[in-house]
Design a protein around this ligand. Sequence first.
Ligand SMILES: *Cc1c(COP(=O)(O)O)cnc(C)c1O
Length: 351
Amino acid sequence: MYQLNDKIKNLVPYEPISGTYAIRLDANECPDNLPDDIRSQLKERLDDIAFNRYPDPLAERLVHSFAEYYGVNPAFVTAGNGSDELIFLIESAFLQKGDTMLVVAPDFSMYNFYSSICEVKCATFQKGADLEIDVDAMIDYINREKIDMVIFSNPCNPTGKGISRAEAEKLVSSVDALVILDEAYMDFWTESLLDKIEDYSNLIIFRTASKLVGSAALRLGFAVANPTIARAIQAVKSPYNVNSLSQAFGEIIYQHKEYLQNRQKTIVRNKEILYNGLVKLSDTQQGITVFSSVANFVFMKTPCSKEIWEYLKGKSIVVRLMGAYLRITAGTEAEVAAVLAALNEFFEVSE
Ligand SMILES: *Cc1c(COP(=O)(O)O)cnc(C)c1O
């Protein structure tokens, strides 16, 4: 009888929260659908799609549009079916048997998850109680333990904290390990290393269309790296990894620079309102810690995380529960007001 192997036999499929909720603040998505003018451009573009043909393996038009938006050389960019595909691909291809990768904790759990499928060793560098990364200590760790690859999100999901450009550069230039900076949330901050990509032989940067760009449905992620690494990524990826619809739609969306910049301002402003509201709440309550954030969500610690999560769910508001922590996405201004009102109500009720 066939038996599943040890590494997969206990896995269960990823299940996002089921059910319909009025306010979704659990996945760090953009709260608004694309506006009508962009959507009508996408509809027009549908007519040009050759549905009978395989997609462009290098997604050249999409990559050019992305590269133009960020001011990077298109030769350095590889498109993926979401960053998720790229994380799995790069961990499996750039590590080999016996290699060790390093993750930090807390951080995005997929990095560690894929390493177990790839059967490589995964070490963990713990953050302090303030959830900051001690970069000097991390550099020592990487060099002492002969780490082959390090991957972390900057800004970090779930903490919302980030390391500066200067610190990130210090890290990349002080180790021989391949450094993967997942900048999924860097659209909300200013400390990207994208413009430095050419200076380093050991750096890959991920970006995504799923957060600020508001196109999680298209599954578009990007790996940016020097030509040697970029070529290797293109050589190992499956040839038709990004479908023609996502390529065509993504190309158009990245051309709307002003729209994206305006949305960035709105989301950052709503995040500030959310953060200030949570801080105000924490001043009146025992045991709540609210962490400052440079991303589009706010992370907080509270002894009644589970009760709060349930209470909000009862009001058709979902946030992300992570043990003693809650991660709340900055939605629209009205959604932020609603979640703050519900939280204030929770504490009044529970007093
Ligand atoms: C949301 C997110 C991504 C984006 O993943 P996609 O597969 O591109 O949707 C990548 N990294 C982190 C840390 C994220 O939170």
